[in-house]
Write a protein that binds this ligand. Structure first.
Ligand code: SIN
Ligand code: FE2
Length: 236
């Protein structure tokens, strides 16, 4: 962690430095969306979620109020630098026992908050546009990145249904998406991700290794000093 400021007040605050609610007039976010295929079955839907970004962030704040962000511990005992929470029927969790999907938030003992309709709609729409119709996510993992935090190269393979794609929405500060092949040692390419971009990977790329390079310092009118990522999955 690069800051001692509590993560949940950061995401709840509308103040500068928090996950704010500013309007984005005159921003590059007004660009019409476009698409870039980065590998077979993998596409970046540029600015696809820009128009819904404020609604997504408002809903994200509600989720965090019910299921606060936390730093999970890996099975190997390392504390993850990215802060996480979930909504939907299943939440992705990690602890000394392993990685898994759990219907219960282990911090509260209660079910995860329901997935907001706007989350579901944006995810389904993006999947449709990427060629994966009728995507019905059961889990949404929310990742909060502060400058300096990263997500090391990994595969999303805790889902029982690998026919459904992964849909991943970027909000706030830009990041570098690392996208490799099916083997850890395959060449990794770097793709900048901006506020409103949606990455979708499935089919032959469903098990591609991917990650996020350490986040650079910056300020974004919608989120202040953080990046928020929403990753949607069909778990079973
Ligand atoms: C993930 O791989 O779960 C998140 C990727 C991202 O933050 O864009
Ligand atoms: Fe992932």
């Amino acid at each position: 962690m690069s800051s001692k400021r509590p993560i949940n007040s950061a995401i709840n605050s509308g103040q500068s430095g928090g996950l704010g609610s500013g309007h984005l007039f005159g921003d590059p976010d007004d660009e019409p969306p476009w698409e870039e295929t980065i590998a077979p079955g993998a596409v970046l839907l540029r600015r696809h979620a820009s128009a819904q970004a404020e609604a997504l962030l408002a809903a994200a704040r509600q989720v965090v109020a019910a299921a606060p962000l936390r730093h999970l511990v890996t099975p190997g005992g390392k504390t993850m630098s990215v802060a996480m929470t979930n909504c939907g029927d299943w939440g992705w969790v990690s602890d000394r026992r392993g990685y898994r999907y759990d219907p219960i938030d282990p911090d509260s003992g209660r079910p995860w908050p329901p997935m907001p309709d706007i989350f579901r709609e944006v995810a389904r729409n993006a999947a449709d546009r990427a060629g994966y119709p009728d995507f019905a996510p059961q889990a949404c993992l929310m990742n909060l990145y502060r400058p300096g935090t990263r997500l090391t190269l990994h595969q999303d393979r805790d889902e029982l249904d690998l026919a459904a794609p992964i849909v991943s929405v970027s909000l706030g500060l830009p990041a570098i998406f690392l996208f490799g092949g099916l083997q850890r040692g395959d060449r990794t390419r770097r793709f900048p991700l901006q506020h409103g971009d949606v990455a979708v990977w499935g089919g032959p790329s469903r098990l591609a290794f991917h990650g996020i390079a350490p986040l650079a310092e910056g300020h974004h009118p919608a989120t202040g000093s953080v990046r928020v990522n929403l990753t949607f999955r069909k778990t079973r």
